[in-house]
Write a protein that binds this ligand. Sequence first.
Ligand code: WT7
Length: 643
Amino acid sequence: MTDYAPTPEFTEQAVGQASLYDEAADHEAFWAARATEYVTWSQDFGTTLDWSDAPFAKWFVGGELNASYNCVDRHVEAGNGDRVALHVVGANGDDRTITYADLLREVSKAANALESLGVTKGDRVAIYMPMIPEAVIAMLACARIGAPHSVVFGGFSSDALKARIEDGEAKLVITSDGQFRKGKAMPLKEAVDRAVPGTTAGKVLVVKRTGIDVEWDDERDVWWHEVVDSASDQHEAPAHDSEHPLFILYTSGTTGKPKGILHTTGGYLTQCAYTNAVVHDVHPETDVYWCTADIGWVTGHSYIVYGPLANGATQVLFEGTPDSPHQGVFWEIVEKYKVSILYTAPTAIRTFMKWGADIPAKYDLSSIRVLGSVGEPINPEAWRWYREHIGGGSAPIVDTWWQTETGAIMNSPLPGVTTLEPGSSQRPIPGISAEILDDEGQPLTEPEQVGYLVLTKPWPSMLRGIWGDPERYKDTYWSRFGPEYYFAGDGAKYDADGNIWILGRVDDVMNVSGHRLSTAEIESALVSHPRVAEAAVVGASDETTGQAVVAFAILRQDGETGGAEGDELIQELRNHVGQQIGPIAKPRQIMIVDELPKTRSGKIMRRLLKDVAENREVGDVTTLADSSVMNLIKDGMAKPSGD
Ligand code: WT7
């Protein structure tokens, strides 16, 4: 058997050493030490953790800091202003280099501009932008003045954006005229124009990225280059309370309404910086780090913006997609910038596998020394391919399990310590405690028994709640097994070596390409179409994307007829979901059926639909009332069911 133990050379230079596990025996002292090691405080904190109002935690109580100062100013003050912060790789061949000194000027100007637009501490700012440096600058400018940002993924629809602006009561929206997609300029502001009317957002700040035509409202719209470029590049970063809200980020839950996950400043920054250092093994003086996530997801927040910048790292910021202008673009970037740490998602790795190992083989990838994976379980085959063809057969792979809610990495190997087990995120990192519980809430001790992953101690970057909905926060995370266990929503098991294997969501949440989607949200999008009476959505396993959205729909018998039929109707329904939520939510397949299998209490039997959706016999059938689909459903209903 191949032994994936770290080499002595790697261990010797590793930031994260085995002693951290021992040190973490004293939970609070451990985190207090990390907060001092990784963060510069304007005012020292007193109590490390106040859990008296559980499940609402306060970390580093009384401490004051500025996240933007920590990510930018202090590196310039330390004499590292000339260090590259961002190697910006544009989608249009227009690369830029931004040093920490440049970043300080840009963030200061943007902070001054936001203030001139009336944004003050506590106001929420929605950010709806492509992967351009102004997105990072906007986030840091918000953090600087204490205005929590709410980044909305640029692939979400204008309806989804509107719902998020409304829920967070954002005062300002920052966007761009358009964005480059596979070399083409596509509109973006257009969606903002449709989302903003009737909301609290009185101003829209617009970066000119593509130069495409946009509608303009003189009262409301402001060009970034007009207000930011002319603003002063001096801005004093004020100190904010450790528990001051840093951002809201929406994620899908089990109902149709996304949850605004709230993160605060001191604890979040501490855990992001610490994990980026010890898990990714970032040496800021020498490494070139590249996280390929979009800033619209938590991975972009924690491992492009806050973690690596707090550590003063040099990173690549890529605006494009893995297949444009060609399928070797990732490896071209690795070669050109000598990327040494690459953090990406299993779905991307499986896509590269499909494209073939001869593509990365054309490039010099010898700079790579650490690889990371995030977003969903990585199958061992993809893990081995990644190690072999990207990691030169020797780079450690850190499979990092965490969530929007956890804010930062929770389970992962430490690359200089852990003997790796392909497919498993292995153990809680030092400072984190997890267990697997059975249905009755008893901790599992035997390998291969399947249970629920829970976290047993508060951690600094934990969510502080769901924006505007404290009851939902308690119900969702702290009630399944009682108030002392955080219920993560993932099934898990131990193997014989004590490694934790994550088995996927146990709730009605799907994971498509590492992105969380709710079945209920897509169902309600489908039934909002006039032709649909009822819909059920399941996540069916998919070779590339992990899971894919498969929908079953019953058409209305009353009212409208004579519209599109067959494939045309299915296309119309897919597009409708795209418009309601965003292209990522479009079902891979929609099957029109006469009935849906239900339990006696009327609950849709999703497990059965999942079987149907994954059944090869069904193939690509998407046609009207296809008899083979119905037969499968009926067969399944005839079988005795435990439900
Ligand atoms: C869910 C969280 C973590 C940032 C990106 C996704 C799944 C995440 C792993 C992993 C197995 C994983 C879980 C988790 N997940 N990382 N390494 N191994 N599963 O954040 O959208 O909040 O989704 O993603 O199911 O609960 P998210």
